[in-house]
Design a protein around this ligand. Structure first.
Ligand code: PLP
Length: 405
């Protein structure tokens, strides 16, 4: 009998955060080995709980949430998102410009499927949150990377971004705050991105899922507030800010010059209709999450878990011989650099496999985020201090003798 093969559409698609190294970690767990899994930004397993009010509302809403909703979502959720956009300085967003989604993930896929034809190019940051690359590729497009500069706090290298634009470029993806680097882009950079979009008639996709997990008094600027005239799709959700990754509560809103995007918006609406609607119970808590700045604020101010864990892990990692790292300003990731020469590292995936086998910690290699050199890896710093201290000790010990063959 003929083998049943995956579609060739998937040939160049990868999602290494849950990829082959994770399969190995799962196998090791099944064999009875205790693995510290730091591959996904999933707060709940590390003892983070959703606000009680949100859980109570969810339970109250069960009887009302049995049926499908309108494809874009229930009115009160979309009104809450539109109000949030206004608060964030994004003008002109009405409930009709809002689509709820089963997490931001579904909306990333939909937004690319509705837009791209074969050969269309989309500028994506390197490093990126890899679903963006996968979504562009799956939709038939070509991701073209613009460099984010570690020496400049991981901000986008604007000269490089400009250099990547061709006659096939349709859009620029901005991930701010950034996963995996924890960077938060200053207003001037966002203004330059807006200028490029205007100059070359490009759409902006701004993934702002960490917009409320910002530390040290820094301010997050919504891309669409800086580019109110440019067609911008802003994607956001409550998975991280309100610790409900499992509920799958996300949204996307369209702002800027919609007049010439009638056909694209029709395409988006058709795809939203084809998946019928997003989880109605999760939609019902959007209103509460959007009106609750305190949950993410308490986590990210001094004394809060994310803030204190960032301080701890940043200080521990930067002192390990052979590692260096830019202090993240937002989210809950660290993207350290390894001195690849010193450890003779030519394959960063092999590095995380070796570390997993020897020290029983699962990390993600930089290549999983489309970083082109084998010299980075990502740490999710959600576990408590004790686990983070254990991670730092294990990394230090491992690197004392590690040399890649
Ligand atoms: N965007 C970024 C930058 C992320 O880091 C994640 C998850 O880690 C997502 C989107 C997807 O989030 P969700 O689908 O839970 O809303």
């Amino acid at each position: 009998m003929k083998p049943i093969k995956k579609s060739s559409k998937l040939n160049y698609i990868g999602y290494d955060i849950r990829g082959p190294v994770t399969d190995l970690a799962d196998q090791m767990s099944a064999d009875g080995i205790d693995i510290l899994k730091l591959n996904t930004g999933n707060p709940a397993p590390f003892g983070f709980n959703a606000p009680a009010e949100m859980i109570a509302e969810l339970i109250r809403d069960i009887p009302e949430s049995q049926g499908y909703s309108a494809s874009k979502g229930i009115t009160c959720a979309r009104e809450a998102v539109a109000n949030y956009c206004t608060e964030r300085g994004i003008p002109g967003v009405t409930p009709n410009d809002v689509y709820t989604g089963n997490g931001v993930s579904e909306l990333i896929l939909m937004s690319m499927q509705a837009l791209l034809d074969r050969g269309d190019e989309v500028l994506v940051p390197a490093p990126d949150y890899p679903l963006w690359t996968a979504a562009v590729t799956l939709a038939g497009g070509t991701p073209v990377y613009y460099h984010c500069d570690e020496k400049s706090e991981w901000n986008p290298d604007m000269a490089d971004m400009r250099k990547q634009i061709t006659s096939r470029t349709k859009a620029i993806v901005v991930i701010n705050p950034n996963n995996p680097t924890g960077a938060l882009y200053p207003k001037e950079i966002l203004e330059q991105i807006a200028d490029l979009a205007r100059e070359h008639d490009l759409i902006l996709f701004s993934d702002e899922i960490y917009d409320r997990l910002v530390m040290d008094g820094h301010i997050h600027h919504a891309m669409a507030s800086i580019a109110p005239d440019v067609l911008t799709l802003t994607l956001n959700g409550l998975s991280k800010s309100h610790l409900i990754a499992g509920f799958r509560a996300g949204w996307m809103c369209i702002s800027g010059d919609k007049s010439r995007a009638k056909s694209y918006i029709e395409g988006l609406t058709m795809l939203a209709s084809m998946r019928l609607c997003s989880n109605v119970l999760a939609q019902s808590v959007l209103r509460i999450g959007l009106a609750d700045p305190d949950t993410p604020r308490l986590l990210t101010e001094p004394g809060g878990r994310i803030y204190e864990q960032r301080e701890f892990i940043y200080n521990a990692i930067k002192d390990i011989p052979g590692l260096s790292v830019v202090k993240p300003k937002a989210a809950f990731y660290l993207f350290p650099k390894i001195d690849a020469k010193r450890f003779n590292i030519t394959d960063d995936e092999q590095f995380v496999v070796d570390f997993l086998r020897e020290k029983h910690v699962l990390l993600t290699h930089g290549g999983g985020f489309h970083w082109p050199k084998p010299n980075h890896f990502r740490i999710v710093y959600l576990p408590d201090m004790e686990a983070l201290a254990g991670l730092a000790t294990r990394l230090r010990e491992f690197l004392e003798s590690y040399r890649q063959a």
